[in-house]
Design a protein around this ligand. Structure first.
Ligand code: MG
Length: 388
């Protein structure tokens, strides 16, 4: 880092997605504190060009190499390094001056760059929960070995993180869930929901993949697994509670029975900012909670029978080994099939259950095992689709 530059240097992996664009807003709101060191995107080259011209990062990377000529040409008048491809993306995550890497890409693709960033000792602002779902044990081991922090960006995990007390062990984590758009639907009605309905989340503005995961409650299942690895608790110590208002972002219960909650309006910029500014809190002009206007906060049990994905996630976590990796791969195939009208909403759970029953079980997988397991699970899931 330049001696006259004490601003935190931030890499945003996935800068054109929902979390990425909000992270850039956070950076622009705190120009004295943060600087975008590198921006990366998969395919949205036009938005990446616009972001690069505005934020003037050291480096930009487009994962899809077909877009490289256009990106290079559009930024040729600027002193910005331009690269393409997966290897460049991994390399920038571990680059010298970087302080924090925000992992905001979609799905399994986040795993390898996160590993590279940790190997270089970079702190991770973790938005890509699939990384922890697939390979939480490996990620934790690398963070420990390379003295890197993993700062949660997921609103629930940020809440838990903010409630922790050094020296006081967690008795229980209470993860809140909005319940999604279909919370009050009957099992029968769930069969006929469309992708347009599933893409309309009541409280949160997010990308397509996570919005479908929220509607099916797979997102909450992933978050339970993520919480297990992030906070070192056992599955029995994590309870999911449906809280439709999305004001209580999650809670921690201590051994004296006391419960701490973190509250806020549903806005991802808050947990993003906290991951960047930790352990400090920075001033913001975001809207504050008006409690009388909120009026009531309600809580109910999740329906594991109606939302089978949540039950399947618990099953994968309890079986352990590569099963969460299989769960994730099957879910990625299921969600993309649902978004292209190749499978119905409820049938996504059938597909995931089938894949989990057919995939080889590996009790203590290596990184290479995860790669193979991911590929095998996708193949099984795709073969199931052809039978429909
Ligand atoms: Mg969340």
């Amino acid at each position: 880092m330049d001696s006259d530059n004490t601003r935190k240097q931030i890499v945003i992996l996935g800068s054109t997605g929902s979390i990425g664009t909000q992270a850039l807003e956070v950076i622009s709101e705190h120009p004295e504190q943060f600087e975008a060191y590198a921006l990366t995107a998969n395919n949205r080259v036009d938005l990446l060009i616009e972001q690069a011209r505005r934020f003037m990062p050291d480096t930009v990377v487009i994962a899809n190499e077909a877009h490289y000529p256009r990106l290079k040409e559009a930024l040729r008048d600027l002193p910005i390094k331009v690269y393409a491809g997966a290897a460049a993306l991994e390399q920038v995550a571990g680059a010298g001056p970087v302080d924090v890497v925000l992992t905001a890409m979609v799905g399994y693709s986040g795993l390898k760059p996160t590993i590279r960033a940790l190997q270089a000792g970079k702190d991770i602002a973790l938005a890509n929960k699939e990384t922890m779902v697939v390979a939480g044990e490996i990620i934790n081991g690398l963070a420990l070995k390379h003295h890197a922090a993993i700062l949660p960006v997921d609103s629930e995990h940020s809440a838990v993180f903010q409630c922790l007390e050094p020296g006081n062990p967690i008795e229980k984590i209470i993860l809140t869930a909005s319940g999604g758009p279909f919370r009050t639907y009957s099992e029968e009605a769930l069969r006929f929901v469309t992708k347009e309905q599933a893409l309309r989340h009541p409280n949160w503005q997010m990308g397509a993949k996570i919005t479908i995961d929220s509607a099916s409650m797979m997102n909450k299942g992933f978050e339970v697994i993520e919480a297990k690895w992030l906070f070192g608790v056992s599955p029995e110590q994590i309870e999911v509670v449906v809280h439709p208002q999305s004001i209580v972002h999650s809670m921690v219960q201590f051994r004296d029975g006391s419960v701490k909650a973190q509250l806020g309006l549903p806005d991802m910029k808050l947990p993003i900012l906290y991951a960047f500014s930790y352990p400090r809190r920075l001033k913001t002009a975001y809207p504050r909670i008006d409690f009388p206007k909120v009026a009531s906060l309600s809580f109910e049990h999740p329906d594991l029978h109606k939302f089978r994905n949540l039950a399947l996630a618990y099953e994968a976590m309890n079986r352990g080994g590569n099963m969460p990796c299989v769960l994730n791969a099957a879910n990625e195939v299921a969600v993309s099939a649902f978004l292209s009208d190749a499978v119905g909403f409820v049938a996504m759970s059938d597909l995931i259950e089938y894949t989990m029953s057919k995939a080889d079980f590996i009790a203590t997988p290596s990184y290479e095992d995860y790669v193979c397991s991911d590929a095998q699970a996708r193949e099984i899931a795709r073969s199931y689709l052809t039978t429909l």
